[in-house]
Design a protein around this ligand. Structure first.
Ligand SMILES: *Cc1c(COP(=O)(O)O)cnc(C)c1O
Length: 459
């Protein structure tokens, strides 16, 4: 490596004089571009020192221009979900209703009475915007809303069971996904996990045998993402509550998805309903705002007033508090239930409730538009997102098969890189597009994307 190549590297000022860089400086803060140039030149020096090739001036400028544009292009963007998974964890879980979205926008755009009591002119609580309606819908005594369900469970265990014991069935010491594992959450809270029963079976006697003077709670966790079939027994909430009452120990019920409607009305398996847990007598019930409830990310805690008050006063409550845009969206989502319009207004429920005939009609239209590589076939959609494990909904998908050498994976990738991206399912040699999770107003854009990608692959 000769000295000369180092000397040939341009200076920062020389790069700044280039025409394209000057244009870049108009679109970006000058210091952003100066920092990019410094970084690029220092990286180049390092690479030259290791015997790498010397880039041309042109190459240096090109790399800075593309780096600046890459950095400014937004990474988070809307995608079209043609997977048929309605609550897709990787695609943002529940989409909001138009009204909830509008409320979040209004709450974020200007000031609001978030923590201000307009009647008295005194400080208020952000919880007042949702607690009454939550209690009304579920018959709970008290409510507390936090950032997400995992933080709600952590808060409750920390506030009620630190340095004490919490009894959980071994079959429920589960991992929900995304790193939420009951034993680990328990450890973080300072509570000691006491596992009872076996993986497939636990009985009331197992719980009862584990109760000590240090027992702070009995915890039930909904196995949101798996199902034990065959020889299995779990203790019902009724039995747990009865046991808890005999020993004066509260039952905490993490139901995960938090459904207010009866999923069997839509041909699905039953999912634990919030109202049921409250009426049976769970001391606290925990669920997410953005699963089957169909609202924003939130953790909703309902139950007995004296326990909810303890949670409200705990220092962690501030650390896990819910943001104002989410409070706004959640309150509007809840009013959809109050008004009896949840199934029409909340996208998740609307998708679940869409009759098969309507899905089929759309699939037929899609296939017709896409031509001979597309056929309509029966398939299954899933609710997903840690709810209704193993429960599937009949659907009709458009299956696309490729005649030539092009691979179906290439087609899927092309669609993911489209603007806006389209995410589809790939099964064996076919790309499957499921209308169930696609908003009808997206049909047009999606179909054009598919047709265009097909044309590119066949060219
Ligand atoms: C999904 C789920 C959680 C985590 O909820 P987040 O809102 O994602 O934090 C906790 N417990 C159960 C049983 C779940 O299904």
């Amino acid at each position: 490596m000769g000295e000369s190549e180092f000397r040939q590297l341009p200076s920062v000022d020389e790069v700044l004089c280039d025409g394209r860089i000057r244009t870049l400086c108009q679109a970006f803060a000058r210091q952003t571009i100066v920092a990019l140039i410094r970084h690029r030149l220092s990286e180049t020096r390092k690479s030259l020192g290791m015997g790498g090739p010397a880039p041309s001036f042109e190459e240096i400028v090109n790399s800075i221009v593309s780096e600046a544009h890459d950095m400014a292009s937004l990474s988070l963007q809307p995608v079209i979900n043609a997977t048929g998974v309605i609550l897709h964890t990787n695609l943002g879980r529940a989409p909001l209703s138009t009204e909830a979205l509008r409320a979040a926008e209004l709450a974020s755009r200007g000031y609001s009475n978030l923590e201000f009591d307009l009647a008295s002119g005194k400080r208020g609580s952000r919880q007042t915007h949702v607690d009454q309606i939550l209690c009304h819908l579920t018959d709970a005594e008290a409510a507390l809303v936090v950032n997400n369900n995992a933080s709600g469970v952590l808060l409750a265990l920390s506030a009620l069971a630190r340095r004490k014991e919490v009894i959980v069935s071994r079959g429920q010491a589960v991992e929900i996904g995304g790193g939420f594992r009951i034993p680990e959450v328990m450890r973080e809270s300072g509570a000691r996990l006491v596992e009872v029963g076996t993986t497939n079976c636990s009985y009331v006697a197992d719980y009862e045998g584990a109760i000590t003077p240090r027992t702070a709670a009995l915890l039930r966790v909904h196995s949101s993402n798996f199902k034990i079939t065959g020889f299995a027994n779990s203790v019902s909430l009724e039995e747990l509550v009865e046991l808890g009452q005999r020993h004066n120990i509260p039952v905490l019920d993490d139901i995960g998805s938090g459904c207010l409607i009866d999923t069997t009305d839509y041909g699905l398996e039953p999912e634990p309903q919030v109202q049921h847990s409250i009426s049976v007598g769970a001391a606290l019930v925990f669920f997410s705002g953005d699963k089957l409830l169909g609202g924003p990310q939130a953790g909703i805690i309902l139950g007995r007033t004296e326990l909810v008050s303890k949670l409200r006063k705990h220092p962690l409550a501030r650390a896990v508090r819910i943001d104002k845009a989410s409070i706004a969206a959640l309150s509007v989502t809840l009013t959809h239930y109050l008004k009896g319009e949840a199934v029409e207004k909340i996208p998740v429920l609307r998708f679940i409730a869409t009759p098969l005939s309507e899905v089929e009609r759309r699939a037929e239209r899609w296939a017709q538009f896409l031509g001979e590589s597309a056929t309509v076939i029966p398939a299954e959609s899933v609710v997903g997102g840690g709810s209704l494990p193993g429960s599937r909904m009949p659907t009709r998908v458009v299956a696309i098969r490729l005649a030539g050498k092009a691979s179906i994976q290439d087609l899927a990738q092309r669609l993911r890189q489209h603007q806006p991206p389209v995410v589809a399912r790939v099964e064996k040699d076919a790309l499957l597009l499921d209308p169930r999770s696609v908003f009808p107003e997206e049909d047009e854009i999606m179909l054009r994307a598919v047709r265009q990608s097909l044309a590119c692959l066949e060219a």
